[in-house]
Design a protein around this ligand. Structure first.
Ligand SMILES: Nc1ncnc2c1ncn2[C@@H]1O[C@H](COP(=O)(O)OP(=O)(O)OP(=O)(O)O)[C@@H](O)[C@H]1O
Ligand SMILES: [Mg+2]
Length: 246
């Protein structure tokens, strides 16, 4: 059974339809890369499935339970969010909180985990992303790559069943990108289920179990990483791969 299924999601901004019936299936342990040109709707798709944006139409099936993407209740959103993690392009850490306090926040506030236990868990996940020794640093004292690793630790702290990443390395230079991708590679190897919107084609090729290519608000082509990269079928895919080839 799929962990997550998205069916026929539609979303328009002021009459401009940016998602035109997108379907997505993610099985447990999958790493699904979502590729596509700028403006194709990748961020909107992630935001809709995490209810940061409300879709006009569509269904989300999470672990066997079905939710309407346009008419979900606050309680349902809270339930699903407890089981998912989100990593943003620009980290979204609280500037006035140290790394460890950014990580513990979701545990102590929404989940009422006792402080001591939360700090223990935070140190465990900070160690996992190679950031244990920076636990007491503020975001401004960390590089972009280090901040992003703290953001990944924050996502991991709540033991999510799936993590959504929206271009986690696009604000980073190549050295820092490599550090973050290394952490994600490790998560993939440990069996974490992930949806990764990325422009890092070599990473997608290496790590993905499944690739989804979007253009103009639709899925144009999808398949295994090998199929997709070595034998693309659609003209738009071939063009995208040719244009983004380094
Ligand atoms: N809040 C909004 N209000 C109006 N239009 C929006 C809004 N958010 C996104 N859009 C539009 O929706 C379309 C898809 O945007 P989206 O951010 O999902 O693309 P993307 O595939 O993530 O692009 P990129 O690769 O540049 O991040 C774009 O045309 C964008 O201008
Ligand atoms: Mg985007």
């Amino acid at each position: 059974m799929a962990l997550l299924e998205v069916k026929e999601i539609h979303k328009a901004f002021e009459g401009n339809e940016v998602l035109k019936g997108v379907n997505l299936t993610v099985n447990k342990g999958d790493v699904v890369s979502v590729l596509g040109p700028s403006g194709s709707g990748k961020t909107t798709l992630l935001r809709c499935i995490n209810f940061l944006e409300s879709a006009d139409k569509g269904e989300l099936i999470f672990d066997g339970s079905s939710y309407s993407l346009s008419q979900v209740t606050r309680a349902q959103i809270a339930d699903i969010r407890k089981r998912t993690g989100f990593v943003f392009q620009n980290y979204n850490l609280f500037a006035n909180k140290t790394a460890i306090n950014n990580v513990t926040l979701g545990l102590t506030s929404a989940r009422k985990v006792p402080v001591k236990e939360a700090r223990q868990k935070a140190m465990e996940v900070l160690a996992k992303v190679g950031m244990a020794e920076y636990a007491d640093y503020y975001p401004s004292q960390l590089s972009g790559g280090q901040q992003q690793r703290v953001a990944i630790a924050r996502a991991l702290a709540t033991d999510p069943e799936i993590i959504y990443f929206d271009e986690p390395t696009s604000a980073l230079d190549p050295q820092l990108t490599a550090e973050v991708l290394e952490v994600m590679r490790k998560l993939a190897k440990d069996g974490m289920t992930m949806i990764v919107v990325t422009h890092e084609l070599s990473f997608a090729k290496e790590v993905s179990t499944h690739v989804v290519f979007m253009a103009g608000g639709k899925v144009v082509e999808e398949g295994s990483a090998a199929e997709f990269f070595d034998n693309p079928k659609e003209t738009r895919t071939k063009e995208f791969l040719r244009l983004t080839e380094k």
